[in-house]
Design a protein around this ligand. Structure first.
Ligand SMILES: Nc1c(NC[C@H](O)[C@H](O)[C@H](O)CO)[nH]c(=O)[nH]c1=O
Ligand SMILES: CC(=O)[C@@H](O)COP(=O)(O)O
Length: 162
């Protein structure tokens, strides 16, 4: 017999397991206009699931992991939002790579459902089309990912023998 647990990417808004879930949104506002779009997309998804969002703002993507580490114990899932655009130096690799690595470590080590909506792009045009709610809506996608893993976690905990 094959047991198929559908994971993570497209939870249903009607999922009662997610209603009231406490979602921490940590946004880096290094690029304000992009941040507005990412946040709008994420909040619309969280609202559609009747979950509850708390938004915390940090200056740049490098500060997101520390904010998550400090605050995550009070929340069911986390959505990280930001944008890193390549410049002239190797700094891009540090900001993009280290923020992603630290978030992945936090998510796995703390069994923390986390959607990574930190764009890592070459140009502002690439960032805009990915951030815009009306286009690729990556903020909304990150929120769906976090909620999907939260639904998976709750289902796994409910199925675990006591
Ligand atoms: N260049 C970008 C940054 N850089 C700033 C860092 O994230 C950090 O705030 C600073 O090094 C102080 O610790 N941040 C972004 O979010 N996006 C960038 O493109
Ligand atoms: C992502 C970055 O770090 C970038 O914005 C910084 O630009 P630069 O490498 O030109 O200092």
């Amino acid at each position: 017999m094959v047991a198929h647990t559908r994971a993570a990417t497209a939870p249903m808004p009607a999922d009662p397991a997610l209603a009231g879930a406490r979602i921490l949104v940590v946004e880096a506002r290094y690029y304000e206009a992009l941040a507005d779009e990412l946040l709008a997309g994420a909040l619309a998804v969280i609202e559609a699931f009747a979950a509850h969002a708390t938004v915390v703002t940090v200056p740049g993507a490098l500060e997101i992991p520390a904010a998550v580490a400090i605050l995550a114990d009070e929340y069911d899932a986390v959505v990280a939002l930001g944008c890193v655009i390549r410049g002239e130096t190797g700094h891009y690799d540090i900001v993009a790579g280290e923020s992603a690595r630290a978030l992945m470590d936090l998510s796995v080590q703390r069994r923390l459902p986390l959607g990574n909506g930190i764009l890592t792009v070459e140009t502002e045009a690439q960032a805009l089309e990915r951030a815009r709610v009306a286009e690729m809506n990556k903020g909304g996608g990150a929120a769906e990912a976090a909620l999907g893993v939260l639904a998976l976690k709750r289902a796994a905990e409910a199925a675990r023998p006591r």
